[in-house]
Unconditional design. Structure first.
Length: 398
């Protein structure tokens, strides 16, 4: 029953996380597009920055944006905040279910750092809070007036955090934590800055006072940061299905390339939606293509090179490695206490079953070090190389 409850909890919370993330990202992209699409047609009332005419679902929409706030409060005002809050809450809940509940398998890699479960979880939670504190302090320095410098420093901080996570957690957990840290910054922007500032503006209007324009500028800055960080966060969150990125020895450099790639793509859409043409909307795709090529090239390269296997590896030896290092989890009756069923339904209870799943073994245990999870069984680099040689040379029995 325990494994069924865990699986259902993981599935339902993941479903909720996807739904709320779609809602949050959708509203974020829409409002960035809306802000960039505003035009001044010469007929705007006083205090209005621009307007937008749109058509959708058979109807026309007319939207105007005030520089600070309208002269009086409307009868009904719509807020956009719960999408952000529930995305973070569901995401953190999913981390608890997957990475804290199964810390020994997914969070901790004792070949990286021999941590206990409680200290590992404490570092995880503390780093998420610490990431927000550092980012918030940066946004309160004079850097906030210099967009390019601000993004450069933020970029360096995130990459440094990725390197640090790689010294503490498993590759999968390190990569996921970078996404979680950035997502925490983004959601905290909404909870700690954007919504409180909007509430202050509304309170000023209700009191018959003129709202402070600095509040709107501060919110706009944080909203812009959220917009440029969205695509990298999405990449980090889906990466746990792709060991080619998180299991790389230099996965911090993968993070750097993904941050740059996502920001460049987002800049194209922001510029295009803002009515810009020419060089302003033509440089991004060549740069994005170069960054993508660099990303693919990096993940295909092993910094330490590959261990040469000169003699032939036969099935009995390959299967012996798998029985010693993998079958504790991947069996019809797993002996690993973290699993009641074989992960992914993949079992190696016979050489024939091993051959059936040889391609996955190559991807997960040879080309990357994803399996065994956390390397709990202590598989060596030589064993990985010999297992790979057996698969690549045709899995000969004799």
């Amino acid at each position: 029953m325990e494994v069924l409850l865990h699986d259902w909890a993981s599935l339902l919370v993941r479903w909720l996380h996807i739904i709320t993330a779609i809602a949050w990202i959708g509203s974020s992209f829409f409002f960035m597009w809306l802000d960039n699409s505003l035009r001044a047609y010469g007929t705007l009332p006083e205090g209005v920055q621009g307007e937008n005419w749109s058509v959708h679902g058979g109807g026309f929409y007319h939207i105007q944006k005030y520089m600070v706030a309208p002269g009086q409060m409307p009868a009904e005002l719509h807020w956009f905040k719960w999408e952000s809050y529930m995305t973070w809450v569901s995401g953190f809940s999913l981390m608890v279910i997957v990475y804290y509940w199964g810390a020994g398998s997914y969070l901790i890699d004792r070949t990286v750092l021999d941590l206990g479960v409680a200290p590992a979880i404490a570092i995880s939670i503390g780093s998420l809070a610490g990431g927000w504190i550092v980012y918030d302090l940066l946004c309160r320095t004079p850097l906030r007036h210099h967009t390019g410098m601000m993004f450069t420093v933020l970029f360096a901080f995130i990459v440094a955090a990725a390197y640090g996570y790689g010294l503490v957690f498993s590759g999968r957990a390190a990569f996921l934590h970078i996404g979680a840290m950035i997502a925490t910054m983004m959601s905290a922007n909404v909870f700690m800055i954007i919504i409180p500032n909007q509430k202050k503006i509304v309170a000023s209007l209700q009191a018959g006072e003129t709202p402070d324009p600095k509040l709107g500028k501060m919110s706009k800055l944080r909203s812009t940061h959220n917009n440029y960080l969205t695509l990298p966060v999405l990449f980090m969150m889906i990466s746990n299905h792709y060991p080619i990125v998180f299991a790389h020895q230099w996965n911090w450099l993968v993070v750097a390339l993904v941050l740059a790639l996502g920001a460049v793509i987002r800049d194209f859409f922001n510029a295009r939606n803002g009515g810009k043409t020419g060089v302003a909307t033509s440089w991004q795709w060549p740069v994005a293509a170069a960054l993508l090529a660099a990303l693919i090239g990096l993940t295909s390269w092993k910094p330490g090179g590959e261990i040469a296997v000169e003699d032939q590896v036969l099935t009995p030896e390959a299967y012996s490695i798998v029985v010693t290092r993998c079958i504790a989890c991947h069996s019809a009756r797993p002996t690993d206490r973290d699993f009641k069923e074989a992960p992914g339904g993949i079992t190696f209870d016979s050489p024939e079953q091993l051959k059936t799943h040889a391609a996955k073994v190559l991807a997960q245990a040879v080309l990357t070090n994803t399996m065994p999870l956390g390397n709990k069984t202590g598989i060596t680099a030589v064993e990985r190389a010999r297992l790979g040689a057996w698969i690549k040379t045709g899995m000969a029995d004799e």
